[in-house]
Design a protein around this ligand. Structure first.
Ligand SMILES: [Mn+2]
Length: 326
């Protein structure tokens, strides 16, 4: 199965940039998820193959430990204020706008020295070379297309990174972004030795006793609004402080799982009166638009933002925006 011609063209431009540079900053968005971590790691492995030096830097103080099985995971460094690497070039993955880089933004070189590889609707034009495709399942898929053009041999470690990014961002090949190309690529990764069940369990089905109970509590207390168009799952600060975000994030997908529901909202009170809001939608509603209203963003069917206020106030604000599209 062939890669898209637009991907081949963009991949070759990225490779040209890599050949002409050295000492790369490789980074992705804050609260790095499976696609962010895996695409950074896969890009790092590509740079190693091309005999380039690089640093993987993320904003987060702690990187999601579910992905610790990936090669070079412990080489990812966190961006504290003292960090001053003076890197000459940057490859930024899974980031539509500068503000999603958090503290890493201040490490960026000049725009003429930045590559952007992403699959979100564009927010900022911060890079000279771009490989952006909103239809791509994941940034990791795009990194695979570059590896493919560079004719890098895929060993097990690289295959695990590629498989992880794609399986994560497609929701185990279930979201609407899943394509035959993803299945094809992941099939090749299985041929390279990836064990799907092992990675699936590690990412999605190995959670703590506390997290399972929290998911149960979230489901049991789901509320409906706007005559069943919108469902809300909400966890208060006390509950949140006992849980890792990654272990309970499946609740976001459940919020839109009810027959007839159009939008799901998953609220996490990460500080008293400060909520992380995850939005999920079925066809017809663009939740990226809703999230952007509150300085957040994401994709049409999955997006997020953060809001101050009581639970009631936050729900009212978000519902008002959703109503505009109903
Ligand atoms: Mn992604």
């Amino acid at each position: 199965m062939e890669a898209k011609s637009s991907h081949i063209k963009a991949a070759n431009e990225v490779l040209k940039f890599i050949h002409h540079n050295n000492n790369f900053l490789v980074s992705a968005h804050i609260n790095a998820d499976g696609d962010a971590v895996a695409s950074v790691i896969a890009m790092g492995i590509l740079l190693e193959h091309l005999k380039k030096k690089y640093y993987m830097v993320l904003h987060d103080a702690q990187i999601d430990g579910r992905f610790a099985y990936l090669k070079n995971f412990n080489r990812i460094i966190t961006c504290n204020s003292a960090l001053d690497l003076q890197l000459k070039a940057a490859i930024i993955l899974d980031v539509p706008g500068i503000k999603r880089l958090g503290k890493v933004a201040k490490l960026l070189p000049d725009r003429s020295q930045i590559v952007k590889i992403d699959h979100h609707p564009e927010e900022d034009d911060f890079a000279v070379v771009t490989m952006v495709d909103e239809k791509a399942s994941s940034s990791t898929q795009l990194v695979y297309e570059i590896l493919d053009q560079a004719k890098v041999a895929i060993d097990l470690e690289l295959a695990e990174a590629i498989y992880t990014g794609i399986v994560y961002d497609t929701g185990r090949f279930s979201f609407s972004n899943t394509t035959s190309r993803d299945m094809y690529i992941c099939g090749k990764m299985i041929d390279a030795g990836v064990e799907p069940a092992k990675i699936n369990d590690r990412i999605f089905f190995e959670i703590s006793f506390e997290a399972i109970r929290t998911i149960g509590k979230g489901l049991a207390e789901i509320e409906n609004y706007l005559d069943g168009d919108v469902y809300v799952i909400s966890l208060d600060h006390t509950t949140m402080s006992r849980n890792y975000h990654g272990e309970i994030e499946e609740l976001a997908n459940y919020s839109v799982a009810i027959r007839g529901g159009k939008v799901g909202i998953f609220l996490r009170e990460i500080r008293p009166r400060y909520y992380k809001v995850s939005l999920r939608a079925k066809a017809d509603i663009d939740v990226n638009k809703v999230a952007r209203k509150f300085n957040g963003g994401g994709h049409t069917r999955a997006a997020g933002c953060r809001l101050d206020g009581t639970k009631r106030e936050v729900i009212e604000k978000v519902l008002a925006e959703i109503k505009k599209q109903l």
